[in-house]
Design a protein around this ligand. Structure first.
Ligand code: NAD
Ligand code: UD1
Length: 336
């Protein structure tokens, strides 16, 4: 029996593949390499001494997905594949809806055809929209403010409807808060194309001199120091949450959404100061206007993950920043 990991050469996928291989699982990775390369799998092999099966394929390609399911004895799917840049999604909505929503529909259709009905899906805290007050709880109303967020929300609706239609499905939708950090080896980490949109890769690239300075988007929020507060979670803790979710699928009849966060909030300036402390490098920054669509404070209530998955975050902010810095300083140009 193998686990199929869609998007398994990407940032979160590659860290999850490491944890699965270390746990002795058989892993088949499918990725179209639109935002990654197989160099991450070379590094996964360096870390674990094992190499997963890799198939270059697009999840929208039904024939290719049928070939995967007829060649390998797939038991469970962890579905990371998707486009994820919020700003880009507003410029290219059709590509985002097609890739993320159509791709997931094709995947689910093929899973159903092969009677594989266990799934862990990569959702996002973005589905809580703008109006809920943190700590965010899974039962709160959902909404989305951009095409990327809409795709996550639509897919969650599809998953709930599918599970309601057929009790054989066991689905967990993990709502990630803000994944950062890297494997402790410094061999794999986040490798964004172009100028990063997210805070940590941006700060890390300022620290290695690839970017001149950080723009802090707003210092007039109602937070500890006026800058935005988020729930940063170490990517290896996030990876282990997937292993716990796979194990918990046997207890799930239907579809469940579960937050994956630490329950702690950290401001932009706290991140900058921690990065300076850990790396010993000054991070030049300027205060800039608020970024449209941002809200002041986002952090999780992580009780359900603690109770149902028996998972909790083990790595603190020092670990997250230290591992980000190790990855970035050892690989200033990513995998190149
Ligand atoms: P990533 O871009 O590093 O990984 C996604 C992978 O999916 C890439 O390797 C890409 O090549 C692949 N892919 C995209 N479309 C595909 C397709 N049609 N067929 C096959 N492969 C395809 O991103 P990540 O940060 O590892 O995110 C993984 C998942 O987690 C995504 O679904 C993302 O939306 C979700 N997520 C990420 C974050 C975050 O901050 N990184 C937060 C919440 C949710
Ligand atoms: C963003 C996305 C969200 C997605 C998440 C993880 C938006 C509006 N939201 O969340 O949908 O799930 O990434 O991929 O894009 N910041 C700066 N300067 C920067 C970058 C960020 O000050 O150059 C601040 C932001 O204002 C925010 C914090 O840092 O307060 C974190 O930002 P970011 O890493 O982009 O994550 P989110 O905005 O939480």
């Amino acid at each position: 029996m193998s686990l199929l990991i869609t998007g398994g050469t990407g940032y979160i996928g590659s860290h999850t593949v490491v944890e699965l291989l270390n746990a002795g699982d058989d892993v088949v990775v499918v990725d179209n390499l639109s935002n990654s390369s197989t160099k991450s799998l070379d590094r996964v092999e360096q870390i674990t001494g094992k190499r997963p099966v890799f198939i270059k394929a697009d999840i929208c390609d039904k024939q290719a997905m049928q070939d995967v399911f007829s060649t390998y004895d797939i038991d469970t799917v962890i579905h990371f594949a998707g486009l994820k840049a919020v700003g880009e999604s507003t410029q290219m909505p059709l590509e985002y809806y097609h890739n993320n929503v159509t791709g997931t529909l094709v995947l689910l259709d093929v899973m159903k055809q092969f009677d594989v009905k266990k799934l862990v899906f990569s959702s996002s805290a973005t589905v809580y929209g703008e109006h809920n007050v943190s700590p965010l709880v899974e039962s709160m109303p959902t909404s989305a403010t951009n095409p990327y967020g809409q795709t996550k929300l639509m897919i969650e609706h599809i998953l709930f409807d599918l599970a309601n239609s057929d009790a054989d499905w066991s689905i967990i939708s993990l709502r990630y808060f803000n994944p950062i950090g890297a494997h402790v080896s410094g061999l794999i980490g986040e490798n964004p194309n172009g100028i990063p949109n997210n805070l940590l890769p941006f700060v890390a690239q300022v620290a290695v001199g690839r970017l001149p300075q950080l723009s802090v988007f707003g210092d007039d929020y109602d937070t500890i120091d006026g800058t935005g507060v988020r729930d940063y979670i170490h990517v290896v803790d996030l990876a282990t949450a997937h292993l716990k979710a796979v194990a918990a699928l046997s207890k799930v009849n239907g579809c469940m959404a579960i937050n994956v966060g630490t329950g702690n909030g950290t401001s932009v300036l706290q991140i900058v100061n921690k990065f300076k402390e850990v790396s010993g490098v000054d991070i030049a920054y300027q205060i800039s206007p608020r970024r449209p669509g941002d809200i002041a404070t986002v952090f999780a209530n992580a009780d359900l993950a603690n109770e149902f998955l028996h998972w909790h975050a083990e790595r603190d902010l020092d670990d997250m920043i230290r591992d980000t810095w190790r990855w970035q300083s050892q690989n200033p140009n990513g995998f190149e």
